[in-house]
Design a protein around this ligand. Sequence first.
Ligand SMILES: Nc1nc2c(ncn2[C@@H]2O[C@H](COP(=O)(O)OP(=O)(O)OP(=O)(O)O)[C@@H](O)[C@H]2O)c(=O)[nH]1
Ligand SMILES: [Mg+2]
Length: 249
Amino acid sequence: MVQLTIIKITGYGPWTLTLGSDREHKLQMLQASLYKEIQKLFSQKECLVFLNRFDEFFAVTNGLSLQDHVAIQQKLAQSFEIQLSMAIGHDNSPFEANLRAHEGRKSKIVLDSDHRIFGFVDGKKDHPVKILHMDVDGLTSVSKIKSPYEVSSMMFTLYSKMLEFFLKKKSLTFFIGGDNFMIISSENGKENAEQFIDLIKKEHGIVLNCGIGTAKTARDAVKLATQSLDKIRELRKTGKKQQILELSC
Ligand SMILES: Nc1nc2c(ncn2[C@@H]2O[C@H](COP(=O)(O)OP(=O)(O)OP(=O)(O)O)[C@@H](O)[C@H]2O)c(=O)[nH]1
Ligand SMILES: [Mg+2]
């Protein structure tokens, strides 16, 4: 079961116009500081936030109650002039949780009107979430023969393939920097990762490694996924080639 919270700036489009045409640098600074604060507040509550479109954020909020969301909204209101809304959804798969949150916002299912929180909250502390940490094997050697922009082109092509593949598995993929991707996964994450790794190796000759973590909070699941990936690297040093490793708690 996954609980997702989609955080969005309210009235952003019209507000950006009030800044005039020389606004882009201001918007970029605002988006970066918003991301920093949102990541700080949610991670303090054992959640993790992914950037969706720079101006929209997806938080994995298993175990987070409505009251916790209200407290975060109150803190955000102290730091920013612009207002944010939150849409919460939970379901068996991450894609369906996203649909539920979207439906909650669209149909105005109000959970807390003063703090602009919509949707459906679970908040129970005993539902595990599965996260995949996917990483390109040996990107540093590729970076020695390709220019930075060509490396980015490769990463975004890979991102697009990964997003499309995992969406069909009702899972949500986010690019998190460098050669790293995280997938909020449906239950059969390991089988899906195996299929995708084989496909990308065959079609593009890119080798991927994947650490998988399952836990009751997003931060613990991500910690275990990254720990699994680091373990794959340690095994590689001893000559053992393993591309997927899974840990849970
Ligand atoms: N977001 C994120 N980025 C990372 C992490 N580790 C490394 N990076 C980024 O990924 C880039 C590539 O690093 P690596 O993946 O360690 O390099 P590599 O040559 O591919 O080495 P292997 O993955 O061990 O095969 C780094 O320059 C960082 O920008 C991580 O845990 N999270
Ligand atoms: Mg790598």
